[in-house]
Ligand binder design. Sequence first.
Ligand code: SAM
Length: 253
Amino acid sequence: MVFAKKKWGQNFLVDNNLLEKIIKTIDITAEDEVLEIGPGHGALSEKIINKTEKLKMVEIDPELIQIIGQNELLSPFEIFNQDILKTNLKELGLNKPKVIGNIPYNITSPIIFWLIDHLPYWSESYLMVQKEVAQRLIANIGTKDYSRITVMTGLYFNIKICFYISPNVFKPRPKVESAFISIKKNNKYDLSNIDSKRYSQVVRMAFNQRRKMLRNSLSSLEINRDKCKVDFKRRPEQLSIDEFLDISNNIIS
Ligand code: SAM
């Protein structure tokens, strides 16, 4: 095993029972194509290839690329030595893969936004994330966990916590607890009619000053208040996704 590099969030899975549990949860069939983010030494990858022969991997660490290259089971599979955040999923030659990863926790939000940016090009995603982040992703309106990432992902995804994971199954052992989450597309909103940049701008501005009323945090936006049904004396954690949409649909350009 190579010396774990902190800058790339390397905490390797070393518990076979947990790996089996993950594979059972993802339910991969032989027809499934899979993109694994950050295979590391290939602990999870070796389980994935028992289910499908259509696996590709993206790994940033050249040393780990070499290790996978020397692994008889994994060397036949394509692995890209690059940053997932700079990867264009469309160009990997996969057809709507399941995206799976025990990802570096320091780039969880960027990876989730990467999934949003590449929405048409994958089917489902399964990620390991820090427990607190998982709780923010599934938070109910009005709670302290309800935040920018809840409202951003809620427009596109149904996210579920499949199970929690103890730090003991990793080497080195992380300081935080983890959760394994599933991300499925919700198809609840007609995205072709939504200006996602505006939505994202409104959500960001509102949560940047989450203690403030919307009339203050959004004061620099010109909004058609007659058409918009939202009460601007409220704070962002009290607003549903539909209400954020109502605001963004009524910005006057
Ligand atoms: N999947 C392995 C496992 O479960 O044992 C390794 C998981 S480790 C938490 C995260 C992996 O993601 C490491 O192999 C790391 O080098 C890789 N990684 C970190 N940043 C990355 C990035 N921006 N793009 C692709 N891979 C990255």
